[in-house]
Design a binder for this molecule. Structure first.
Ligand code: 13P
Length: 253
């Protein structure tokens, strides 16, 4: 049985006081939850958050490098994350891919490093508006998935969560309709079935992200294939996040 996943991606927002204030509010109001709740915070806040957060919410990083240590100025290694008890990380967010030029090969290296270290990645995929207009969505995402999962073994692949985040829906207020998001996520599940097997494709968690908010979350999370949401802008307000985390949804199976 799978609980739904409600994940906040703060991106590069908040200062230390705001981040800690958020956690205090969440701790006070979230005493028990059926969903799995995550906050992916800027790395400079991870220590402050993990020390204070209650046991219902998991804290994760927004990025990590694939090497353990070395001359990689500005990067953060999986060893550093583990030393703060951080076991979740976003990999291949479209902002990392497009602004910081991360390639599919980089994404694959990070995934392999994470899963070899018991760090569970949320791997983001999604097409641009141009690809969508040319009807290339399925082809583009299939290729992203194939390249992301290169050399990922069948016994490890279920540790990965995928997030389908169409670029045209991120931060635009234009969300994919729940039918459209569900269909693309079904396609991703089929691709994973083709690469692995039925069991993996049924068990793997696949989220939707892109302008999710308190109003559209219910439609998204009552579809057949969407296991959760990755929320940017609407997760920054603690009350909004708390409301999303506390809602109850039927499990997928
Ligand atoms: P928004 O919810 O602000 O559209 O951001 C989505 C996202 O990129 C989450 O990772």
């Amino acid at each position: 049985m799978k609980n739904k996943i409600i994940a906040a991606n703060w991106k590069m927002n908040k200062d230390r006081d705001e981040a800690i204030d958020f956690i205090f509010k969440v701790n006070e109001k979230v005493k028990s939850v059926k969903n799995q709740a995550f906050i992916f915070a800027p790395s400079i806040f991870l220590r402050d958050l993990i020390k204070r957060v209650n046991s219902h919410i998991k804290i994760g990083a927004q990025n990590m490098y694939h090497e353990e240590k070395g001359a990689y100025t500005g990067e953060i290694s999986y060893k550093m994350l583990k030393s703060y008890n951080i076991f979740h990380v976003l990999i291949g967010h479209s902002e990392r891919r497009n602004i910081f030029n991360e390639t599919d090969a980089d994404v694959n290296k990070k995934i392999l490093a994470a899963i070899s270290q018991e760090i569970k990645p949320i791997v983001c995929v999604g097409e641009s508006l141009e690809e969508r207009k040319k009807n290339l969505t399925n082809k583009f995402i299939s290729e992203q998935i194939e390249k992301a999962l290169l050399d990922v073994s069948v016994d490890k692949v279920e540790e990965i969560i995928f997030a389908y985040e169409p670029l045209w829906a991120i931060g635009t207020g234009v969300t994919a309709s729940h039918e459209e998001a569900n269909n693309t996520i079904k396609m991703i599940r089929n691709k994973i079935r083709e690469l692995y097997n039925d069991k993996v494709s049924e068990n793997i968690n696949i989220l939707y992200g892109g302008s999710v908010n308190n109003k559209n979350i219910d439609n998204l999370l009552t579809t057949s294939d969407i296991d959760g949401v990755l929320v940017g802008g609407a997760s920054l307000d603690p009350e909004n996040f708390i409301e999303m985390v506390k809602r109850e949804y039927k499990k997928r199976h």
